[in-house]
Structure formats: structure tokens, C-alpha cells
Design a protein around this ligand. Structure first.
Ligand SMILES: [Zn+2]
Length: 211
């Protein structure tokens, strides 16, 4: 009887710490993975509002009046796009900012693959004509949704989505217009989160093949 009891005690003393050790090790690995993931991804949020109404002139004359200045916010977006090494996929309800289309044309000339999806109705407005004409002249592929009964209301831009080490994007409520930058209450998130980029990338390809 004593022999059996000793065997049970011995087994308990041997296996219980082993099982606890395995559980703790797995938890440690999960935590490490989560922390590594958090370090790898960055998020930058840009907010715009009507306090920067006077910044309309700063966009034109390339002057900045502080950290919240619309010109500073625009520069952040343009630098993001200018860093493209492989491709730029734009899906934008309204795109009238000449500075943005100029950046796309510069990238196109560097050999970056550019694709632009715009809203069919908004692309016919007078404010859009400069950019549309530029896209046609520089042979930049651009498409619209097939029916005017629905809006192509997305606002996102994917950079280098084909290369996980370079991929990044911005998305949010901001249209690429000077009015949105200086007088609307809007926001965009700039990130390199691969899960978000993959999902938006799939959606872009889906739309590109449909339109
Ligand atoms: Zn300003």
C-alpha cells in the first residue's frame, strides 16, 4: 500500500510541474508573439477639421502654420505615396488634389505600377477634370464603378501591397480634396498592418476586376 502511495506521490511530483511548465511556456510564447507583432506595426492618425480653414492659402503657397496645418498633413500623405517602390492602388470617392495626382505621375515615371479607382459621378465634376486629364495623358490606368446608381465611396490607398516588408496603406473618411483637408471633419489612419492591408488589397483586386 505504501509502495503504491509513494508511486502516486512520485508521479504527481514529476508530472504536475512538467504540465505547469508546458502551460506557462505556451503562454510565454503567445505573449512574446503578440508583443513582437505590436512592435512591428505602426499606426498614425491624421485628423482634419475646420479650425484650419485659413490653411487653404498654405496649400497653395506651400507654407505651414504649425503641426495641425493642412499643408503639413498633406505633406505626410504625399511622403507616404512618394516612398512607393512597387505599386500604388488608389480607391477614392473624390480626388481633386493636384499635388496628389502629381505624386502619382512622378511615381508612374519611376516605373511604379499605378491603378486608380474613382467614383463615376464625381469624376465628371469640373474639379476632377485636371486629374482625369492628367491620368489620360500619362496613361495611368483608372476605372469607375459601372453604374451611377451606386457610389464608389471608398477612401483608401495601398502602397507596395505585393511586398510584405514594404506594404503600407491609409484609409478613413478623408477625400483627397483641398476642401476636405482645410474645412471638413475627417480622419485617415496610416498603417503597415499586414492583416488590414491584405483585406483591402483583396477588395481592391475584386473591384478592379469588376469595373
Ligand atoms: Zn496652415
Amino acid at each position: 500500500m505504501n509502495k503504491l502511495r509513494n508511486s502516486v506521490i512520485l508521479a504527481t511530483l514529476t508530472f504536475v510541474p512538467l504540465i505547469i511548465n508546458i502551460i506557462l511556456h505556451k503562454r510565454y510564447q503567445r505573449l512574446r508573439k503578440a508583443l513582437k507583432c505590436r512592435e512591428k506595426f505602426y499606426y498614425n492618425v491624421i485628423f482634419t477639421d475646420m479650425r484650419t480653414f485659413d490653411c487653404k492659402q498654405h496649400l497653395i503657397h506651400r507654407k505651414e502654420c504649425g503641426n495641425l496645418c493642412s499643408y503639413v498633413q498633406l505633406q505626410k500623405i504625399l511622403h507616404f505615396v512618394a516612398s512607393a517602390k512597387v505599386s500604388i492602388c488608389v480607391c477614392m470617392y473624390m480626388l481633386t488634389l493636384k499635388q496628389f495626382s502629381n505624386e502619382l505621375i512622378k511615381a508612374h515615371k519611376r516605373g511604379i505600377k499605378i491603378r486608380v479607382i474613382l467614383d463615376l459621378v464625381m469624376s465628371k465634376t469640373e474639379a476632377s477634370q485636371f486629374n482625369i486629364t492628367e491620368f489620360i495623358q500619362h496613361d495611368i490606368p483608372h476605372k469607375y464603378q459601372t453604374s451611377e446608381h451606386s457610389m464608389m465611396h471608398h477612401k483608401f490607398c495601398l502602397i507596395d501591397k505585393e511586398d510584405s516588408s514594404l506594404a503600407k496603406m491609409f484609409f478613413g473618411s478623408l477625400n483627397l480634396t483641398s476642401q476636405a483637408l482645410v474645412s471638413n471633419f475627417d480622419s485617415i489612419v496610416l498603417t503597415n498592418n499586414s492583416n488590414i492591408i491584405q483585406r483591402y488589397g483583396e477588395e481592391f483586386e475584386e473591384l478592379w476586376s469588376c469595373f
